[in-house]
Design a protein around this ligand. Structure first.
Ligand code: NOJ
Length: 564
């Protein structure tokens, strides 16, 4: 079922770095914009975003000032987990377009000077993947079963799962199969939904297949891969019991028999060699949930991947002391492995930061209440300026540049997050950050699709008319213009972008201030304005601020950039 480009003689898209050495180490300070293809731009009016839609909006991303675009999966998939259940790794799902559309998107992006990073899902496939379907059809003796984790059940008749592992999406991590003759069969492992069987990475065919998939997309010209569940592929030998329930609470706090096993690093060493064979510095980015930033650093050792998401930063409350600590720990952890620190506030799995910061701290990353929206937006704008001022690479999730909140009141019947219906495990409220974004107009789908009054796969709130790209463009007080200005300054200022440390300045409680060469960033994370000596000339501020006679008042929940 693998698709072919119509014209197989087409050369791969030119790598950007072919333009010169200026982009050497581009990933050390890149601002990478995450496109969630289902919700970015719908070219054909079916209510679902698609690749021609992304392609048509690339100039917007260029003008925003980002360096690269990471797209969540657009491969052939039954969409049991919004595309993170891949049935064919070399085909574009018809709902998103064709391989030719992907090729056109990569070419257009490169012409604009934007890089393209695609999502790779190597921990599990879809249960509709040809290998898994054959493994089921051919029965217990099928050699294809060795490419997944099939095991007999426990108990007198094999009626109990082979071990006590729980699925991240709720319920046991095992599902029992039915043999071709209709009798009860073995069980298979799925750390996520039952429609997402885990691959067995001890099997050579699995390793070979993924090396080939990497080459397929590298040959297409992509600039890198975001690696889904990068910490999950290797399981502890013998699949030992964990010995307790409520295992989700342990995630990210402990090394688990199915997460962050040392063996995963061999896979990345092999992949790094492949990436390095291609011109233009193709990169790998780990989505690795580990207990500490120090363990995350293992994924970006010089012979492994280039970047890893900083989830500790994403999970930090709007609190000066906590922020300072996570910034220091992150920079300290990355320095010995010579990898850039990364910073991220939102993505397609968590409540948008405008809503997280609108709510009291400690509610986690999937929040069901809108909270104080005005407060949330003020803090979100301040948090973004802080993030862009830090040394390293930053991630922007589509729509955050519009200050979008999460949609916390979606009716249950429209929700598609697979864990919502499983009633346990991860909260299942991820649809709230996945609502299609507003581009223009006064009526839904606000330019997301081509027809006024046309569909969108999740309903958009009426207030989003006032948050569209069209409304915000040219308004100097808008969040969109704040992002544009910040990214222009970040690009042009010699002391912003890549780096390994910040120089902290002495400040009152609730205030953070650091210096990077001739640049200073001040953050007031408190609820009261604070008067300080102005460190220099204001370059940009997340809220109205002035410096008079060498003094300034830092408004509550604000960040100011200074030239010194
Ligand atoms: C992480 C992805 O970001 C998430 O959306 C997905 O559900 C899981 N991995 C499983 O692939």
């Amino acid at each position: 079922m693998t698709q072919n480009l119509a014209d197989t003689s087409r050369p791969a898209a030119e790598p950007i770095a072919a333009n010169g050495a200026a982009s050497r180490g581009w990933w050390r300070d890149a601002v990478i914009y995450q496109v969630y293809p289902r919700s970015f731009a719908d070219s054909n009016g079916d209510g679902m975003g698609d690749l021609p839609g992304v392609r048509s909006r690339l100039p917007y991303l260029k003008a925003l000032g980002v360096d690269a675009v990471w797209l969540s999966p657009f491969y052939a998939s039954p969409q049991a987990d919004a595309g993170y259940d891949v049935a064919d790794y070399r085909a574009v799902d018809p709902m998103f377009g064709t391989l030719l559309d992907a090729d056109g998107m990569i070419r257009d992006a490169h012409e604009l000077g934007l890089r393209i990073i695609v999502d790779l899902v190597p921990n599990h496939s879809s249960d509709q993947h040809e290998w898994f379907q054959r493994a089921l059809r051919e029965g217990p003796s099928s050699p294809l079963r060795e490419r997944y984790h099939f095991r007999p059940g426990k108990g007198a008749t094999g009626e109990l799962p082979p071990n006590d592992w729980e699925s991240i999406f709720g319920g046991p991590a095992w599902t029992r199969t039915v043999n071709p003759d209709g009798t009860d069969g073995d069980w298979y492992l799925h750390l996520f939904a039952p429609e997402q069987p885990d691959f067995n990475w001890d099997n050579q065919a699995v390793a070979d297949e993924f090396r080939s998939i990497l080459r397929f997309w590298l040959d297409m010209g992509v600039d890198g891969f975001r690696i889904d569940v990068a910490h999950g592929m290797v399981k502890a030998p013998g699949l030992p019991d964990l010995g307790g329930s409520d295992q989700l609470k342990l995630l990210g706090n402990d090394v688990m028999p199915f997460f962050d096993q040392d063996g995963v690093h061999d896979i990345y060493r092999a992949w790094r060699k492949i990436l390095d064979e291609y011109p233009g510095e193709r990169i790998g980015v780990a989505e690795a949930w580990t207990p500490t930033v120090q363990r995350t650093a293992n994924y970006v050792r010089p012979d492994e991947l280039h970047q890893a998401f900083n989830f500790q930063y994403l999970g930090t409350s709007w609190d000066a002391a906590e922020l300072r600590e996570v910034i220091d720990t992150s920079l300290d952890a990355m320095r010995p492995v010579d990898a850039p620190a990364t910073w991220v506030l939102s993505n397609h799995d968590v409540t948008r930061h405008a809503t997280r910061f609108a709510n009291p701290p400690g509610l986690g990353t999937q929040i069901r209440t809108a909270g104080d929206r005005e407060l949330g937006l003020r803090r979100a704008r301040a948090a973004t300026l802080l993030m862009f001022a830090l040394p390293g690479s930053a991630y922007v999730y589509q729509g955050e540049e519009l200050g979008l909140p999460d949609v916390t009141d979606l009716p249950d019947e429209v929700r598609q997050d697979p864990s919502f219906s499983r009633q346990a495990g991860q909260d299942g409220f991820r649809d709230g950050c996945r609502v299609p974004i507003p581009w223009s107009g006064t009526e839904a789908p606000y330019g997301f699709g081509p027809t006024v009054g046309g569909p969108s796969w999740l309903p958009q709130p009426a207030e989003w008319a006032g948050l569209s790209v069209e409304v915000q463009t040219g308004d100097p007080t808008s969040t969109l213009e704040l992002y544009r200005s910040a990214l222009t300054i970040r690009r042009e200022h010699q002391d912003l972008g890549a780096g390994t440390s910040v120089e902290w300045l002495e400040t009152p409680a609730d205030v953070l201030a650091f210096r990077r060469g001739s640049f200073v960033c001040t953050v007031n994370a408190g609820a009261e304005p604070v008067r300080i000596a102005a460190p220099g000339r204001i370059l940009l501020s997340s809220t109205e601020a002035v410096a008079v006679d060498g003094e300034t008042v830092l408004p509550a929940d604000s960040t100011i950039w200074w030239a010194v």
